[in-house]
Design a protein around this ligand. Sequence first.
Ligand SMILES: Nc1ncnc2c1ncn2[C@@H]1O[C@H](COP(=O)(O)OP(=O)(O)O)[C@@H](O)[C@H]1O
Ligand SMILES: [Mg+2]
Length: 387
Amino acid sequence: MKLNIGVIFGGNSTEHEISIISAVQAINNMDKDKYNVIPIYLSKDSKLYYSEDYKKVENFKNLSSAMKMGTEVLLTKKNGELVLIKDSFPFKVIKNIDVIFPILHGYNTEDGTIAGYLEMLGVPYCESDIYASAIGQDKILQKMVLKESGVRVCEYRYFYESDYLKDQEKVLANVMELPFPLIIKPARQGSSVGIGVAHNKEELIAKIEEALEYDEKILVEEVVVDLKELNISVLGDNSSYELSDIEEVYGKDEILSYQDKYMSGAKGASKGMASTGRKIPADIDKNIQKEMEDMALKAAKALNISGVVRIDFMLDKKSNKLYLNELNIIPGSLAFYLWKSKNVEYKELLDRVINIGIKKFQNKNKKLSSFETNVLESFNGTKGVKK
Ligand SMILES: Nc1ncnc2c1ncn2[C@@H]1O[C@H](COP(=O)(O)OP(=O)(O)O)[C@@H](O)[C@H]1O
Ligand SMILES: [Mg+2]
C-alpha cells in the first residue's frame, strides 16, 4: 500500500518563494510507486490550501491566483487519523495523510513552529524536532550551543532592540570591542536577508538599523576576510549520521547574497539553491575536510538533528582556520545535489528522510509521556490537593 505524504510548504517567512521551489522539486522527485504525494500550500497569511496543480512551480507565479486554484483546507485529526478537511460546509474529508514532510524555510516555519504544530497533532514528520529547529534558526543560541560543544565559531556580540534604544553608545562600544570589518545579521532570518557589512562606526549604525527592520535580536560578528565558503550535508539521526560531499560556493558580492543564492540560474529562481555557483567536491586539503566533518558531526549530535540538513562553514584562507557559520535544518533544495556523488539519488534521499521521520515517531511513542494516575482526581479547587 502506498503511503500518503503531505508536503507542507510556503509559510509566513521571507523565504516563502524559496520554499515553494524546494517543495515542488521534492514533490516531483518522490517515488510514485511508494507514495501518493499531497501538496499542501501554507499561504503568507497562514491558511492551508490543497491542489494537485501545486506540483508545478509555474502555478505560483502569482500567489493570489495560486490560492484561488486550491481548496482551502484544515489539517486535523479525525477518528485518530490525520486528514485534510475542506474548510467550508460540508467540511468533507478530502485526503487522508500518513506522514507530513515539511519543506519550509525560515522564521515562523523552519524554526520549530511547524515541528511544534505537528507534535501537537501527534503525527510523524520528516524534519528535526522542535529543539533542533529553534536553535537552528537562532544564529545566537546556535553559536552558544556550538561553542559549548567544542565547535569553532566566529567571535561575536549580540543585543536586543530594547538595549539599543535604551543606550545606543553602550551597545556600539560593546560591539566595537571586535575589530572592523564587522558583519551585522538579524538573528533569526535566512537567505542573507537584512545582512550587511560595516567598515566603520557610521556604517555599523546604518547596518544595525537595517537589520532591526527584520528582527529585534541582532548578531554582530567578525568578518572572515579571506573567505572560502564550504558546505556539507548531514543525513540521519542520533543513532547514525552520514556525511555528504563538501561543496565550495561562490558569490559575486562581499557576502553571498539572496541574488547569488537563488537568482543566478539563467532561468531566474526556478532552480533554487541548486543553481548557486559551486564546486563539488571542494578543492580543500584532507585535514580541512577531516576537521569540517568532525565539526559537522559534533554539531549534529549537539542539536540532535534528524533528516537531512546542511551545515555551512567558513574557511579563513590566510590562517587556515575553519569556522562553523550556520545550520540549515531544512536546507534549500534539501541539499540533494550534495549527495549525488555519494550515489544517493534525490529519490533515495527522500526515501531515507521519510523513513527517519517515521522511525523518530515510533521511538517517541515508545516513551512515557504521561502517568496513569491523575492528580486532578483528588484536586480540591483552590484549596489544593486533599491528603
Ligand atoms: N563572519 C563572516 N565573515 C564573512 N562573511 C560572512 C560572515 N558571516 C556571513 N558571511 C557571508 O554572508 C552570507 C550569509 O550569512 P549567513 O550567516 O549564512 O546567513 P543566512 O542565514 O542568511 O544564509 C554567508 O553565506 C557569507 O557569504
Ligand atoms: Mg547561510
